[in-house]
Design a protein around this ligand. Structure first.
Ligand SMILES: *Cc1c(COP(=O)(O)O)cnc(C)c1O
Length: 255
């Protein structure tokens, strides 16, 4: 790829814009049939492996929320798109030794899944006098290969994180069951909503439970029916990825 990130694998800006419109139409239709305000569901662009060109087109088309999975992709991309205004999240597995390479570039970590990471984040944020929004990632599909908290441990984890004043918990995130049949993903998505309600009941100081980040290209309708507030969409907008998903989700079967 060249400096613009769009050589070789030339892309069609019109197609990106048409794909966004199609995804937005799906979000609107699903919201309507669930009796929800379409404005209550945000579209997040999952841009892992995508070159800069298509990502720029999507943001210039009006998209405002973008997330990466890999720390290495964060800084180069976000720096190259610095002239654009959009919200930057992280949705990948974060190793503790990459905290400092990531935190300056994002406003929300959607994949907080262990206390050792939370403690190290708190330390870094204290040192720099910063704050960070986080979502707690839960493994609702019980696939061993996926990261995320065991649902049984979520309440305790939320309680521990509530004591860390630099981390602002905004809600929960999950990757639903991988399946070609959306209905099969429904129980894992519904469980995230139920867990959200349980954590809400705890009334933990500094813990808000307004966000449910769930639903991807293949299951966003069901996710919206189950209460999603952030759907994370990659391939339905940017096309299929050249890199196997197993690089991102070790052991995942659909890679
Ligand atoms: C890649 C990715 C997505 C988007 O997946 P698509 O099926 O391409 O829409 C959503 N969430 C996470 C955590 C991802 O890594």
């Amino acid at each position: 790829m060249n400096a613009e990130g769009q050589s070789g694998n030339g892309f069609d800006p019109e197609l990106i814009r048409a794909n966004i419109a199609a995804v937005r139409a799906r979000i609107d239709a699903a919201s309507e049939s669930a009796g929800r305000d379409p404005g209550s569901v945000r579209l997040l662009l999952a841009t892992k492996t995508q070159p800069l060109g298509p990502v720029r087109v999507a943001i210039e088309a009006g998209e405002t929320l973008v997330a990466e999975n890999r720390v290495q992709e964060v800084r180069p991309k976000f720096e190259a798109l610095e002239d654009l205004e959009y919200e930057r999240h992280f949705i990948g597995h974060l190793q503790s030794n990459k905290i400092n390479a990531l935190v300056p570039y994002i406003s929300c970590l959607q994949s907080l899944d262990r206390i050792s990471l939370a403690l190290k984040l708190q330390k870094r944020l204290e040192r720099e006098d910063e704050q960070l929004d986080v979502l707690l990632q839960v493994n609702t599909s019980r696939e061993d290969s996926k990261f995320g908290l065991d649902p049984a441990g979520l309440a305790d984890f939320a309680t521990e994180v509530s004591k860390l004043d630099r981390l602002h918990v905004k809600g929960l995130m999950t990757i639903g069951l991988f399946t070609d049949d959306q209905e099969k993903a429904r129980p894992s998505l519904r469980q995230l909503r139920e867990l959200r309600d349980e954590v809400r009941e705890l009334n933990l100081e500094g813990v808000e439970m307004n966000e449910l980040s769930m639903g991807m290209s293949g299951d966003l309708e069901v996710a919206i029916e189950e209460g999603s507030t952030i759907v994370r969409v990659g391939s339905a907008i940017f096309g299929s990825r050249e890199t196997s998903d197993s690089d991102y989700w070790p052991g995942s079967a659909n890679g």
